[in-house]
Design a protein around this ligand. Structure first.
Ligand code: 5GP
Ligand code: ZN
Length: 120
């Protein structure tokens, strides 16, 4: 999609450090890592967020899950544990409007990530 940063990364117009490259998915290192392992897994086709995906894209969703697990194995966190996060919209702090899964590990991760407010 025109003007989308992650479409630019898929196209190779924006440089990135690849971790995994499949027919439908691409995984690359986050430019501002929040953990020793911080990889972003994205579909090569533009999708705004998880809100825009449905069961009609079950094959692609399966590919993304396979890619996430392959990244975890490749980065050697499959056994030690890792976190998968996808931010959707403003309150979640989604900065890049191209579906992406953060795969984070390599240290003990706190939960919840920040704050514990249940409501307003
Ligand atoms: P979001 O907040 O949308 O869930 O996460 C976007 C992520 O993309 C952030 O963790 C941010 O560090 C990462 N990011 C933003 N711009 C770039 C870039 O140009 N290259 C890479 N590799 N990561 C980026
Ligand atoms: Zn895009």
């Amino acid at each position: 999609m025109e003007g989308c940063l992650f479409c630019g990364i898929v196209a190779g117009d924006v440089p990135s450090t690849a971790v995994l490259d499949t027919e439908t998915c691409y995984a690359f290192r986050d430019i501002n890592p929040a953990a020793p392992v911080h990889v972003l897994v994205i579909p090569k086709e533009h999708i705004d967020s998880l809100e825009a995906v449905g069961s009609s894209q079950a094959v692609l969703l399966g590919d993304l899950i396979d890619a996430i697990r392959a990244v975890a194995a490749k980065e050697d966190v499959a056994e030690s544990g890792y976190r998968v996060v996808t931010n959707i919209g403003e309150d979640a702090g989604q900065l890049v409007k191209h579906l992406h899964f953060h795969v984070m590990g390599g240290r003990s991760l706190r939960w919840p990530p920040k704050g514990s407010e249940a409501g307003g």
